[in-house]
Design a protein around this ligand. Sequence first.
Ligand code: NAP
Length: 232
Amino acid sequence: MNIVITGASKGIGYAIAEIFAANGHNLYVTSKTAAALDLAVASLKKDYPNVNIASMPADLSIQSEVTAFAHWCLAKTTPHILVNNAGYFVPGKLQDEADGQLQDQLNTNLFSAYHLTRALLPNMLANQTGHIFNICSIASLGAYENGGAYSISKFALLGFSKNLRLELKDKGIKVTAVCPGAVYTNSWSGSGVDPNSIMEAGDIAKMIYAATQLSPQAVVEDIIMRPQLGDL
Ligand code: NAP
């Protein structure tokens, strides 16, 4: 199958790329920084030499770059699985976070997924099969300390996922919202949090891969995962 993954250079996105590569699928990956993406692709190619892996850097907070990446994908392949994972977390309180923080968070965490999905959908619809994963968050499900604009953007991404699922349910395309709690990635390095106290990126990747293994008539609507000891 052909798998499109955003934010694949590191963290959860890299772990998702790795599990699909390990199972012999073709990868079409992107992230913002070209050098980090090149390193990630080199590492995947070294570990999985028989897998086709193509990459293009793009700043997905900018609609024209999303469109360019979508055109690049469609020139190369018909996507079967799309993983909208690119995103970033800025802690903040609504009353004093910087002006523009909500717009920035929405641009990266919501509009990237919205625009990319809309650009790839006609091709997926023509194929009448497919699976779209949106990497939401526990922050999509409830308020929490310093959630701020990030939490708003992740609530919106969950709302997008639910509406998309409804629209596509009779079109052969599944939509899964993935809502992880704390996962040890770069976002947590330097935080002082013990890596062994929260989830591994590979935990999320395993659940996503498992959700792709069901019959066409079954969909995993939501994947909610937390550290065993609960939220931080
Ligand atoms: P990460 O290690 O920082 O990786 C984020 C990835 O997204 C990188 O490849 C990054 O590329 C890419 N990205 C960020 N902004 C981008 C942009 N404007 N355009 C294109 N690519 C961009 O983060 P992570 O912890 O794996 O998080 C991945 C997703 O999971 C995010 O959506 C995050 O909100 C969500 N999530 C994370 C956790 C957690 O605890 N880690 C929990 C719940 C949900 P560059 O490095 O080049 O910018």
